[in-house]
Design a protein around this ligand. Structure first.
Ligand code: SAH
Ligand code: SF4
Ligand code: F3S
Length: 474
């Protein structure tokens, strides 16, 4: 039997958690008074945009409880929001935990918590309990919303609290939030993934696919716009599947059309569509939109049909090429970017050549290239023919250098155009410049000051510097 999922936020649960926030606030105030100073908290985010959004929720709760938020990990409460999509993300967390332990020995008030995708894995929990017993609280992706409640428990007990759920049917939004950028925001439109690509751990740690009601999404975006947001990024592991479990089915292109009508909203991005679910209705809605950004991130993973099949990706090389070339033709100014995995079990040089062929034909505007990482519990982890590291290194460099060449060529094509740029901040290396993004996601730096942050301005693209431009306001 298919589980019935909530599609609306659970207002009773929101009220319960708000009460725990109030309790947490009292505890923090008391400790702070005893210590004679404000307490600080630091949330560190690993992984994707979904985690970034979750961290904004966690930060919002901590702020409401009276913590001063900081980026310094030597603080009174440190929360790692982890990612486990590739092993190096896990290793980073273990490494950093060692440093935290040293801080904790010097600060009696310090508490350490872990949440996010890594904690949904049994092997991780065992390791934390055995080797990292100084951690105070561990919770997962399905009970993130119960953080206020777990926080209060943690403050009342000295033993490590571990609370991991296998799944949830609930959606709990509307708790306090601290947004990283005032002018742009992620918006969850769905949770989880049902695709089960054989290399990928996401379906195991994020659970089954669940969509939110369009009305709730629209309402959230309207409130964001009222609060100064100009650009939203609609988030889901596989956004083209949006709406399948809703009582009244709504498709992703229909949702995009509804969001387009929101007055004051200027830019709409989305992440990530799945190639074989990207239909003509998507192309139509993008063609007719003035707000949907000119960027599609379309993960290829491999250009070899044989490998795609073993990956359980539901398209062939030819189908991907047909789609990508159609997008190039129908939406010529839209940037196409992708993800590629090198070294999947059973991969040979012939398969890599197919991948290179697709890159050459599509001329991706950019690509993230990843070395295959074996994830315990996924089907690919027990495939017999794992590839030698020496081969992977050579192939990876070859794929990366072609991808970079294509990215440079595509960027160069924008020379001397005038583009709308959303200014995101002061340039990190030169304070006389500001940095922003074009609709197609290309970075542009140009003379300006902080008064421009959050504005969309016209900039001439004067000087191409590989993957970005130097320009000036026109
Ligand atoms: N849902 C999205 C992306 C999820 S993870 C999609 O399907 O495109 C982001 C990227 O990480 C994936 O596109 C894939 O390229 C990469 N990835 C996932 N699992 C991996 C693994 N085990 N090893 C290496 N890269 C992986
Ligand atoms: Fe992972 Fe595939 Fe789902 Fe993307 S679509 S999250 S790669 S299982
Ligand atoms: Fe990582 Fe979880 Fe995102 S595994 S990529 S943080 S969904």
């Amino acid at each position: 039997m298919r589980e019935i999922f909530d599609t609306k936020t659970d207002t009773e649960e929101v009220a319960r958690q708000l009460a725990f926030i109030e309790e947490g606030r009292k505890i923090v105030a008391e400790l702070s008074e005893k210590a004679g100073r404000k307490l600080t908290a630091c949330v560190v985010t690993f992984g994707c945009q979904m985690n970034a959004r979750d961290s904004e929720k966690l930060s919002g709760i901590l702020k409401k409880m009276g913590y001063v938020l900081t980026e310094d990990e030597n603080s009174d409460f440190v929360l790692y929001n982890t990612c486990t999509v590739r092993d190096n993300a896990n290793q980073k967390v273990y490494g950093k935990l060692g440093t935290l332990n040293a801080y904790k020995k010097r600060n009696k008030l310090m508490k350490i918590a872990l949440c996010g995708c890594m904690t949904q894995e049994e092997v991780v929990i065992e390791k934390i309990q055995k080797s990292y017993s100084f951690v105070d609280l561990v919770f997962g992706t399905h009970n993130l919303y119960a953080f206020p409640e777990l926080f209060v428990q943690m403050m009342q007990r000295d033993l490590m609290i571990v609370d991991i759920w296998e799944s949830t049917t609930k959606i709990v939004e509307d708790l306090p939030i601290v947004r990283k950028y005032p002018f742009k925001s992620g918006v969850n439109i769905m949770f989880g993934c049902d695709k089960f690509c054989t290399y990928c751990i996401v379906p195991y740690v994020r659970g089954r696919e669940r969509s939110r009601e369009p009305e709730e999404i629209i309402c959230e975006i309207k409130n964001l716009v009222k609060d100064g947001v100009k650009e939203v990024m609609l988030l889901g592991q596989n956004v083209n599947s949006y709406g399948k479990n809703l009582p009244e089915k709504t498709t992703f292109p229909e949702l995009l059309h509804m969001i387009e009508q929101i007055e004051g909203l200027e830019r709409i991005r989305f992440m990530t569509p799945y190639p074989s679910d990207f239909g003509d209705d998507m192309i139509e809605v993008m063609k007719n939109s003035t707000k949907i950004c000119k960027h599609i991130h379309l993960p290829l993973q491999s250009g070899s049909s044989r490998i795609l099949k073993r990956m359980n990706r539901r398209y062939t090389k030819e189908q991907f090429l047909d789609l990508a070339l159609k997008l190039r033709k129908e939406l010529p100014d839209v940037a196409l970017t992708t993800d590629i995995i090198v070294g999947f079990p059973g991969e040979t040089k012939e398969d890599i050549d197919e991948t290179l062929d697709v890159i050459r034909k599509v001329q991706f505007d950019n690509a993230f290239t990843f070395i295959y990482s074996k994830r315990t519990g996924t089907p690919a982890a027990s495939m017999p023919d794992q590839v030698a590291e020496t081969d992977i290194k050579v192939w990876f460099d070859e794929v990366l250098s072609l991808v970079q060449q294509c990215a440079k060529d595509r960027t160069a094509m924008l020379q001397d155009q005038v583009a709308d740029v959303l200014v995101e901040g002061i340039n990190e290396h030169d304070a006389s410049l500001v940095t922003g993004r074009m609709s197609n996601n290309t970075l542009v730096h140009f003379p300006g000051d902080k008064s421009l942050i959050g504005q969309i301005v016209k900039v001439s693209l004067d000087e191409c510097r590989g993957f970005y431009y130097l320009g000036k306001r026109v």
